[in-house]
Design a protein around this ligand. Structure first.
Ligand code: GDP
Ligand code: MG
Length: 177
């Protein structure tokens, strides 16, 4: 909404995608509420959470959408992607199949997003080092090949969670301002 005389306001939609159980809902709950749920059920998903951050003295809001489990049925709809300015493409570093799926998620994203969407490849569960199936180098290489930002995170111990979201939000802001 525009209010004359008030400073510019920014609200960006960001969507989280990736295979079931890679930690999408926990990344969002860690970022938005500093909560982690070891037994999270897909059905308890919320539609989106709004988070504010300060950039150059301006309040920038991100409306961050979670799939609420539709990805299990390959039924993430075009409405989910509509109007998104950024995305976190999440895999689980301890499950190679979730990394192999990123290509399919990228295809789906390209089908549904018309704008230049900011894309961050996220290797989650980096706390599970002993169970690692995807190396950091592989993540970086895919990100470079596809023109994505890249980061490894842990929703469990909070590593890089805030950073992952904030890089995306700042990049969107830089692109539009
Ligand atoms: P989603 O289906 O992608 O939304 O995944 P969830 O957020 O529901 O997480 C799936 C499972 O992985 C749950 O048991 C979580 O507790 C667990 N999980 C999520 N993030 C992490 C993480 O960073 N590290 C570890 N060790 N487990 C995680
Ligand atoms: Mg979920």
């Amino acid at each position: 909404e525009e209010e004359e005389g008030e400073g510019e306001e920014y609200l960006f939609k960001v969507v989280i995608i990736g295979d079931s159980a890679v930690g999408k809902s926990n990344l969002l709950s860690r970022y938005a509420r500093n909560e982690f749920n070891p037994h999270s059920k897909a059905t308890i998903g919320v539609e989106f959470q709004t988070q504010s951050m300060d950039i150059d003295g301006k309040e920038v809001k991100a409306q961050i959408w979670d799939t609420a489990g539709q990805e299990r049925f390959r039924a993430v709809t075009s409405a989910y992607y509509r109007g998104a300015f950024g995305t976190l493409l999440v895999y689980d570093i301890s499950r190679r199949s979730s990394f192999d799926s990123i290509a399919r998620w990228l295809d789906e994203l390209n089908t549904h997003s018309d704008t230049t969407i900011v894309r961050m490849l996220v290797g989650n569960k980096c706390d599970l080092e002993t169970l690692r199936e995807v190396s950091i180098e592989e993540g970086k290489a895919l990100a470079e090949a596809e023109g994505l930002f890249f980061i490894e995170t842990s929703a469990l111990d909070s590593t890089n969670v805030k950073t992952a979201f904030e890089i995306v939000i700042k990049e969107i802001y830089n692109n539009v301002s």
